[in-house]
Ligand binder design. Structure first.
Ligand code: GLA
Length: 369
């Protein structure tokens, strides 16, 4: 029986956080942590899912049973199959086994890695001929409909389009993107994993998105030409929401407008090899995410603050959706081990928790192995 094995990576994001669903720019890259799926056709209409790492199994009797199940891990897969079902016909069922080393809840897009691996694998095995951009959108839809997170496109895009040693500047309005070699010279990217994921993370993510939409509506009442926060300026924001300044809507929009501009400037810094200017913007992003957007948490703030005054760390910030997960740090290579060890001890002292760290390399997006 024909079978296929596919590998899809998690991602980091250098800068441009919580702006993908506001038509902004993001600067992600795929990393050396992967979900791997193996799929083979069956002769009947059943779908057999196996989560190797848990381990667990789910048998779905037919394609008419593609609903949300109690087994959370399965929903990321079923959500993707359901997207295919909307437009394409599976002539037979299949066996699908999955394993992943993308840490769960660490803000490295473990779910996007699963969704993209499944989407890419099914497309190859059943020869549907769907292009990678559409597969990324189908994977995103799976997250919306089966995981309940109204995420933007960044994670699924990065998992699909990653390229070794390159970051991608993605314009989330046009979906045009460009690869840039990541030249960190004598610096390295280190991720510190708080080991926490706060229970409200998903619902808070969705409310931030709603706050942005509510703020945008107010801006549009005065400036009808504005289509998204990408087109808005601080001046417009002041005129539109001045009377309820400090509201959630105001703060969220302020952060997003600033972050969209910051990401474009930061990309220029990176291209001009001005890593210090780039790093300063990472700290500014963290402050915005923590104070204005309110998606940080004490553990993330602690980690960023603990490296902030270290001359060998040029930038650090929380990464991804927030409320736990990782910070991304750019650290001078020769001090990496020392800083990891100091930060680990400090984190344990202050929180009682063990700190995980990841040294990432930048890898290719989804592909058959
Ligand atoms: C999560 C979402 C992304 C993006 C980030 C924040 O990872 O899946 O779409 O919004 O949060 O930048």
């Amino acid at each position: 029986m024909k079978s296929i094995t596919v590998k899809a990576p998690g991602r980091i994001n250098l800068i441009g956080e919580h702006v993908d669903y506001n038509n902004g720019f993001v600067l992600p890259a795929a990393i050396n942590k992967f979900a791997i799926v193996s799929i083979s056709k069956r002769s009947d209409q059943q779908i057999h899912l196996t989560a190797i790492d848990i381990p667990d199994e789910l048998i779905i009797e037919s394609f008419s049973d593609l609903v949300i199940y109690e087994k959370k891990w399965a929903n990321y897969i079923i959500g993707v199959i359901a997207q295919f079902q909307k437009k394409y016909l599976f002539e037979v069922g299949f066996n699908l086994a999955i394993t992943s080393d993308v840490p769960i809840g660490a803000g490295l897009s473990s779910s996007a890695a699963i969704e993209c691996a499944v989407a890419y694998g099914l497309n190859e095995l059943f020869e549907f001929g769907i292009d990678k951009m559409e597969l990324a959108f189908m994977a995103q839809k799976a997250e919306h409909e089966f995981a309940g997170v109204q995420c933007g496109i960044m994670d699924q895009f990065a998992s699909c389009f990653g390229k070794q040693n390159q970051v991608m500047l993605l314009d989330c309005a046009s979906m045009e993107f460009q690869y840039y070699p990541l030249a960190l010279n004598e610096y390295e990217i280190v991720l510190f994993d708080t080991g926490v994921k706060h229970a409200l993370a998903n619902s808070e993510y969705n409310t931030r998105r709603l706050s942005c939409e509510a703020g945008l509506k107010l801006i549009q009442e005065k400036f009808p030409k504005v289509q998204s926060l990408r087109d808005a300026t601080m001046l417009m924001l002041h005129e539109a929401i001045s009377e309820i300044k400090q509201s959630k809507e105001y703060n969220c929009c302020k952060y997003v407008i600033e972050e969209i501009e910051r990401t474009q400037l930061a990309t220029q810094n990176l291209l001009n090899n001005d890593l210090h200017a780039f790093g300063a913007k990472m700290y500014a992003t963290h402050e915005g995410l923590s104070i204005l957007y309110e998606v940080s948490c004490p553990e993330l703030d602690l980690l960023v603050n603990s490296v902030k005054n270290n001359p060998h760390v040029i930038g650090a910030r929380m990464m991804g959706g927030g409320f736990g997960g990782c910070t991304i740090n750019i650290i001078k290579s020769e001090f990496v081990q020392q800083i990891i060890s100091d930060t680990t001890i400090n984190y344990k002292e202050k929180t009682g928790k063990n700190l995980q760290h990841y040294l990432v390399s930048i890898e290719d997006g989804v592909h058959v192995i």
